[in-house]
Write a protein that binds this ligand. Sequence first.
Ligand SMILES: Nc1ncnc2c1ncn2[C@@H]1O[C@H](COP(=O)(O)OP(=O)(O)OP(=O)(O)O)[C@@H](O)[C@H]1O
Ligand SMILES: [Mg+2]
Length: 269
Amino acid sequence: MKVISLLNLKGGVAKSFTAVNLGYELWRRGYRVLLLDNDKQGNLSKGYGRYDGEQTAPITRLLNGDWNDAEELIQQTDYNGLDIITANMSLFGAVWNLIKESPADMLGRYRRLMDADTEDGRKVSEKYDYCIIDNPPDIGLNVLNALMVTDEVVVPVKIDDNALEGLDIVAEQIEEAKALNPSVILKGVLVTCYQKTDGESAGLEWLRQEWENTDSVHYRKYPILGIIRYSKKAAENSFVRKPVYEYSPCCGAAQDYKKFVTSYTGKGR
Ligand SMILES: Nc1ncnc2c1ncn2[C@@H]1O[C@H](COP(=O)(O)OP(=O)(O)OP(=O)(O)O)[C@@H](O)[C@H]1O
Ligand SMILES: [Mg+2]
């Protein structure tokens, strides 16, 4: 299983939207996918119509260590082979509880899940091809737990005058996390909500030049993994609890997530 975390300290850059649609597109290509909603806002859970604001959320139980079998935490979505561990505001309390634990316990909560056996005898990490983790716009103990099991961090960015702000902090945290999880890397940035205005075209060009400019502090640091166009359909339907491909398969965003997955996996459909 490959574990991909969507992470950026900035809010509203399409982390959750990317988690919803990246997970879906991988599933559509036949991969078995586990989604992990690591944000108390529960937007990934909402994106699949699985948000429940009443109960203690499975992600909270996972962080509290309050579970026995992986099946207690993993829920099916409407798509067979695409499963989810949902979140809600109860996650906030779990993060505070963790502070009382020893460092090894504090950071090993998601690892325990990956190593757990499922009903058919396979470990969670063997049952799925991909795990997609949607993170909040901060780095708390739940995000550090996610970094302990992550292979590749993808940073969604919106092109604005400070698109790379905060990225050095994310990169530093990943370096720190390597001491406990040597396999974690910062894979690159995914440009989201892209509109081909003069301003955004110039911003994108700047980002490309930063990558190539030997004098820049960003030289060869943050490769651009893909560009997702802004879609009016996606913006208008943010209340629709479905992947964008399901309600508007031809729109720019749906098409661009397909392209992104092809280049990310190195495989066409
Ligand atoms: N390609 C797109 N075209 C149009 N709207 C988009 C696109 N991608 C995301 N959006 C919209 O942008 C808004 C912010 O996206 P999203 O909630 O995924 O951001 P986020 O980074 O997860 O935010 P937060 O930091 O609060 O968790 C949402 O309303 C979403 O529907
Ligand atoms: Mg989000």
